[in-house]
Write a protein that binds this ligand. Sequence first.
Ligand code: CTP
Ligand code: MG
Length: 234
Amino acid sequence: LSIGAVVVAAGKGKRMGAEVNKLFLEINNKPVLAYTLEAFESSQYVDSIIIAANENEMDYIKKDIIDRYKINKIKKSISLVAGGEIRQQSIIKGLSELKGACDIIVTHDGARPLVTSQIIDLSVEEAEKYGAAACAVPLKDTIKVVDEEGFVLSTPERATLYAIQTPQTFKFDILFSAHREAVKNEFIGTDDTVLVERLGFKIKLFSGSYENIKVTTPEDIYIAEAILNNRKRG
Ligand code: CTP
Ligand code: MG
């Protein structure tokens, strides 16, 4: 089986409020995106990696991330493709590059640098078994459904709620048809599994990690730093 990965890196990082794409911010002197790509490089299954990137940032990613941190040293196929206006479009652009070339596809946020190759590989094994799999963690906070004025409408039972992360991994054809259907119906989702759910497929969730945070707002940088330092201490 041939395993591909799409790492989406074509956002703007607005909530981070930095002057550059948040994926270029450094955690312990290494850019967020370098950590993410290293985990994919270390995966025992992933053969090829497509990075969906902003066109004006491609050179930086090639020279200052892939080359500088020697991410292609074990010679997986790593390439870049121009991303789209929204995450879903960036994923489609990546999928189109890999069409016909892989059986299983892993999608991942460039902004989740603390993913491990173990989690990536587990997602591949689960997708081979179930067709569609994603890592998730039980919610710690109680969630409220709220109206536009900020008043609480309802409180879903916490024990039934999970926070979905990436990697999300699928048989290629399942994810590709799900994205085609979404385009046809002008449906926009914030992750890939929701598109596959709409086709009626079951998604297998497996245990992710509370450490697999998405670097989104400024405090996430020092949270990520603390997690990395803790890992170093072993
Ligand atoms: N992403 C992408 N293409 C887009 C939007 C997002 O490839 N048009 C990627 C981001 O680079 C990120 C991942 O999707 O790795 C998750 O998105 P998010 O955390 O929302 O990142 P940004 O969109 O960059 O941040 P913000 O929403 O705060 O602007
Ligand atoms: Mg966004």
